[in-house]
Write a protein that binds this ligand. Structure first.
Ligand SMILES: [Zn+2]
Length: 158
């Protein structure tokens, strides 16, 4: 899904993933993106938004097929950003839960998506990840979620 979202486009502070307003905006875009999810098999719809180093925001949702293959929301948002010419992701917001219901719990990215995000993390490997459910917002750092990552530098060492 490639959709343009109106955002302020401010450049976030690289180390923090942006201001509180930037993070609220990222969660809003993820919530909107969730409406596009196609998840008839898992019945678990997810929207994600990523903020790239340019300050632009890109969104994605999960899309499944009858073969039980799925594109994940975070993966889709990262691909939208990279396709638009971005190369660094600073922050990610995820909103997910049973389809048709407001999210009850904050959902962290799955292992597969952690790897997708890490590929485009800044040099220090730190990406702010936000998950919203109910009235709570959880905040993780990619470094904490993905210790000892397998990334581009591992391949280049060989
Ligand atoms: Zn995932």
């Amino acid at each position: 899904m490639t959709k343009r979202y109106k955002t302020a486009g401010r450049k976030p502070k690289p180390s923090r993933g942006g201001s509180a307003a930037d993070q609220a905006e990222l969660l809003r875009v993820a919530t909107e993106a969730r409406e596009g999810a196609y998840a008839p098999y898992s019945n678990f719809s997810v929207g994600a938004a990523v903020r790239a180093a340019s300050g632009r925001v890109y969104a994605g949702c999960n899309v499944e097929n009858a073969f039980y293959e799925a594109a994940h929301a975070e993966q889709a948002a990262v691909i939208a950003a990279i396709g638009a010419g971005e190369r660094t992701i600073l922050a990610v917001a995820i909103v997910g839960g049973p389809a048709g219901r407001p999210p009850r719990d904050a959902v962290p990215p799955c292992g597969f998506c952690r790897q997708w995000i890490f590929e485009f993390a800044p040099q220090n490997g730190d990406v702010t990840i936000l998950g919203a459910g109910g009235s709570a917002v959880k905040r993780w750092s990619l470094r904490a979620l993905l210790p000892e990552p397998f990334g581009p530098s591992v391949i280049r060492r060989r």
